[in-house]
Write a protein that binds this ligand. Sequence first.
Ligand code: GUN
Length: 295
Amino acid sequence: MGAKIISGTETAKAIREELKTEVDELRQKHNLVPGLVTILVGEDPASQSYVAAKNKTAHALGIHSEQVTLPADTSEADLLALVDKYNKDAKIHGILVQLPLPKHINEAKVLYAIDPNKDVDGFHPVNVGKMMLGEQCFLPCTPHGVLELLQRSGVETSGAEVVVIGRSNIVGKPVANLMLQKRPGGNATVTLCHTRTKDMDFHTKRADILVVAAGVANMIKGDQVKEGVVVIDVGVNRIGMTESGKAILAGDVEFESVKEKAAAITPVPGGVGPMTITMLMKNTVQSARQHAGLA
Ligand code: GUN
């Protein structure tokens, strides 16, 4: 069976068109320009490319974006002072500190310092707690992107056996949480697998929807899934470099073997990645509305 390819690129494009219309309207009717700042500490090439993509997308949508790049030896105190400056900056509605941070900086301390009302990543404990309770908040971008991608591809999650692989705070835990909630894109029966799971294949072979966010290249193979599964591959692994210096990417799912059995599958690149960036833009626009009392 040839799987349907779920294109994050196409879905993200459709959402960005909706957002562009919304941003134009906010500017024309309310003189409001959503503002985003991205803060990158150090020179990690993957982080550099993510941050560049975020700023490029913001710019294309008419969102005001500022990019701050700091040296790897920036002190925690200086970073906290910068976050505080943007907490108070009325032009800025979204603050994103790119992770991971250098080892000498306490990541939690920095994330907690971001005003929860500007936390467009949805990483502040106030937003994590609200998400858990099903309250209105900024949803974390990758999990939110996974839900939107499933919904807009017409995949029914209600009553589905969903298996999530990976328990990170950024992807695995929030995806599992959102998919079990009583909400559109939720209502699934969720199993969360991780490095201590005893029999991974037992779980993956039961999945109607398999979400893989383990950070291990080509970890899931065709013989580990059932016929007709819908596969969302969140992995972005750099497995090499082209002669021209471009990163060669692989997902956590072995695309060629799994696509033979799946009903639908996301590619890497062009799957979840573009959705993550798009949901960040959505959160930034939502934040601008909330700050202006237009929510
Ligand atoms: N590093 C990897 N993914 C993310 C993300 O979604 N947000 C931030 N801030 N850093 C990340």
